[in-house]
Design a protein. Structure first.
Length: 339
């Protein structure tokens, strides 16, 4: 799964990192989003709310599953192509300010930072995330394993905390984990235009994108036989019960995952197993479900190169390098901000 997070209106993102565009995950934001999402047709909940404490632990288990390939494939590619990526970014020897959008605990980026420092790059790392806990873990890991690296975490919404660029440094924004795939095409383009608006001409963007592949491989990543993904999805209802005083009966909903090879989109749902009414003490509302009615909780777009090139050009970027894993197609894409 790719899991990321969305702007307020978007479906949630991918699984590998913390929410991209940080919405308020506090009860007030959750309450507003749940009210709007469960009152709509189809019903939907944003995947940015997957990651409470229990959800985060379940996602850690998902990333260790044999069927869940994105995390391990991307991490291996970052190690393998670290120096190639630095060359492809072609910063002209300028010092680099690396901004990682939705950094999480920075586990994967450690290898990239280590390789760039070893290659002689003058590097400042600014991890950006809405989770203060994840940033604390990241800072501790980097201090322990890479003490020579200057790390300046930024907690909050990417576009509100984006640092003013230094005249002598090139900014390189990282958006990994195929989190872009959690957006619809229109939302992804809008997100990339916002990133481009914060970069100067000649600055760079590095994307990690899951590619189209055997549908069985994709579907297995979102519907593992161990049932961990099902528990992860259902935990969203458990969170609503706890924080919004709702009375979802988790035994009356089932996880359902699908993948459409024509569209290249994986989707996850929670399906009501009977006609039922769910109430919220906090919202003072009832929500009615028919048997078989679903809540749409996540999408993950799988890309093709031609579509990525078109999207980059349409949002103010030029594709400069493409590194692809041949066994389980996944790409690291280096883009340059154009005029």
């Amino acid at each position: 799964m790719t899991r990321s997070r969305d702007p307020a209106s978007a479906l949630p993102p991918a699984r590998d990192t913390a929410p991209p565009e940080a919405g308020a995950a506090a009860p007030r934001g959750l309450a507003a989003d749940a009210l709007a999402g469960l009152s709509g047709s189809p019903k939907r909940l944003s995947s940015k709310y997957f990651y409470d404490d229990r959800g985060s632990r379940l996602f850690e288990r998902i990333m260790r599953l044999p069927s869940y390939y994105p995390t391990r494939v991307e991490a291996a590619m970052l190690r393998r192509h670290a120096r190639d990526l630095l060359d492809a970014l072609d910063t002209g020897g300028s010092p680099i300010e690396m901004l990682e959008l939705g950094s999480g605990d920075g586990r994967k980026t450690l290898a990239l930072c280590r390789a760039w420092l070893k290659a002689g790059a003058e590097l400042v790392y600014r991890p950006m995330d809405i989770s203060a806990q994840a940033l604390d873990q990241l800072s501790a890991r980097m201090a322990r394993q890479l003490p020579a690296l200057a790390v300046h975490p930024l907690c909050g919404d990417y576009f509100q905390t984006w640092p003013i660029p230094s005249a002598r440094r090139r900014q390189v924004a990282l958006f990994l984990g195929s989190n872009l795939g959690n957006f619809t095409d229109e939302e992804a383009r809008r997100f990339l235009r916002r990133v481009r608006a914060h970069l100067r001409r000649g600055d760079s963007l590095l994307l990690g994108l899951d590619l189209r592949k055997d549908p069985h491989t994709v579907l297995a990543a979102y519907d593992d036989p161990e049932g961990v993904t099902a528990a992860f999805n259902l935990n969203l209802l458990r969170r609503l019960n706890r924080e919004l005083g709702m009375d979802f009966d988790l035994d009356r909903f089932r996880h359902y995952a699908s993948y459409c090879p024509l569209q290249g989109v994986a989707r996850s749902f929670l399906v009501s197993q009977a006609r039922q009414t769910v109430r919220s003490a906090l919202l003072r509302r009832e929500f009615h479900f028919g048997a078989g009615e679903f809540i749409y909780t996540e999408q993950s777009q799988k890309y093709e190169r031609a579509g990525v090139e078109a999207m980059a050009a349409d949002t103010g970027f030029e594709l400069r390098a493409w590194f692809e894993d041949p066994a389980l197609p996944y790409a690291l894409v280096a883009c340059r901000a154009t005029g």
